[in-house]
Design a protein around this ligand. Structure first.
Ligand code: ADP
Ligand SMILES: O=C(O)[C@@H](O)C(=O)COP(=O)(O)O
Length: 418
């Protein structure tokens, strides 16, 4: 294995795996730290964790365990993948995990770059934009678990790390790899280890990737991987060969626990011509619904690729959180999706589309997935995937990603190339 990646959630990890596959690498996504060794032909391994919203100490511990496994697989470089909207609280976990990985690897300059141009995430003068809005005006201030209220990534990260945060500004990035390399070294010399790097488009990311060729650790959104495969290819380290993705025939289902703007629009669109079942916070917390009840309903609509969703607008979510507590409620809804997913697979549903990072973590847990092969991209950042050795295809959609017709496209994509 050449490149060892650690993702802080499952959807984000599939987004990264997708970028690396497009870059020509043979990629496998692992759901948690594997027990055995990787197959020898894997060039990039993505260990997907669910550490984004864990207590910091646990997130650090799990990330270090993933690093240790990736080191054992012979990786030469490591990538810590977090969200392109930098989802984290002032306590972490991006800063503490990046610090711990850098300590372990002896890295003294570490790129921090959440940029993902295909979905409108750009970084200029240290400020993160979503399309033409600053991060805090993009809807992310209402996120149920990690409300992002400050678009200055240098300032947000500074609250999460004991070190001083560095910055490589766009005027240095646009001049190309040598200039980026010099600017990184300048920041390192000034004692700034975590270095926020501006970028506006894929050309910038390719230049940053070239500048990162010899760095032990890089961190960012999936965009930061854009330029990395070329570093391995130009050294003759990447092999050509067929991919191992296969779609699945048979019943499909869509599970949505994301409350993002994009997902809510996708839910509304899909509901117009597919059966749908809403899981409300009240029903979950007061015992009005459970996985068996939802499964009975799904079975009645098994051939129509039904939708089960808890996605709700910020007002509804906020009121329910006040009543039940945000964490307790999130866990209860995630547990319901996890046990539902397991029952659906057992009932023969071979195509499962899941929306939301935390939700997808729960779905993956419920399905007992261990290893995923990466297939074609459905929409930017979301690949079709299949579970190694099982008749099961999944798409794990980041909350904010996908066109309004994503769910219908995903259901079809998971049935292709069977
Ligand atoms: N109706 C709801 N009320 C409160 N919380 C909800 C509701 N529906 C889902 N949630 C929780 O909100 C969180 C959404 O996060 P996630 O699945 O990561 O979506 P996203 O990718 O949009 O961030 C999950 O923990 C989920 O269980
Ligand atoms: O980088 C991104 O935006 C995604 O890959 C991602 O991590 C999104 O996370 P969720 O919105 O929680 O699914």
């Amino acid at each position: 294995m050449l490149l060892g990646c650690i993702g802080d959630d499952f959807t984000g990890s599939s987004d990264l795996a997708n970028t690396l596959v497009k870059g020509g690498m043979k990629v496998t996504q692992y759901c948690g730290v594997p027990h055995g060794d990787a197959r020898p032909d894997v060039e990039a391994g993505v260990v997907a964790l669910k550490t984004r919203s864990l207590p910091t100490a646990e997130a650090v511990e799990q990330s270090l365990a993933a690093l240790e496994w990736l080191e054992q697989q012979g990786c030469r470089q490591f990538l810590f993948k977090y969200c392109s909207t930098f989802d984290s609280t002032p306590a972490g976990n991006i800063g503490p995990v990046a610090d711990a990985l850098a300590d372990r690897l002896g890295a003294s300059k570490v790129i921090v770059c959440p940029v993902f141009p295909a979905t409108g995430r750009t970084l200029y003068q240290g400020h993160l934009f979503v399309e033409d809005r600053l991060l805090n005006e993009s809807g992310m201030a209402n996120h149920p678990l990690t409300p992002m209220t400050d678009p200055d990534i240098r300032r947000w990260l500074a609250r999460q790390t004991k070190g001083t945060v560095g910055h490589v500004a766009y005027r240095d990035v646009v001049k190309g790899p040598a200039s980026i390399g010099e600017a990184l070294t300048r920041e390192e010399a000034a004692g700034r280890r975590l270095i926020v790097v501006d970028a506006l488009d894929d050309t910038d990311l390719i230049a940053i990737g070239a500048a990162a060729a010899d760095l032990p650790l890089v961190t960012g959104g999936s965009g930061i991987a854009t330029g990395l495969p070329e570093n391995f290819r130009s050294r003759g380290l990447i092999a050509e060969g067929p991919d191992s993705w296969r779609g699945v025939k048979g019943p499909a289902v869509v599970l949505s626990g994301s409350c993002s703007r994009a997902t809510r629009e996708q839910v509304e669109r899909y509901r117009t011509d597919h059966p749908s079942f809403e899981i409300t916070a009240n029903a979950v917390m007061r015992g009005g619904t459970d996985a068996d009840r939802v499964l009975d309903w799904v079975k009645g609509h098994g051939n129509a690729a039904p939708l089960i969703y808890s996605s709700a607008d910020p007002g509804t979510v906020g009121a329910a959180q006040t009543l039940y507590g945000a964490e307790v409620l999130a866990r209860a809804i995630e547990d319901l999706f996890a046990s539902l997913a397991g029952r659906l697979a057992a009932a023969g549903f071979g195509r499962i589309v899941s929306a939301g990072g935390e939700t997808s973590g729960a779905v993956v847990r419920g399905l007992g997935l261990e290893e995923l092969q990466i297939g074609p991209e459905i929409d930017p950042g979301v690949p079709a995937m299949c579970a190694t050795g099982r008749n099961l295809a999944v798409a794990l959609k980041s909350g904010n990603f996908g066109e309004p017709d994503f769910f219908a496209k995903a259901v079809n994509a998971l049935g292709a190339n069977t």
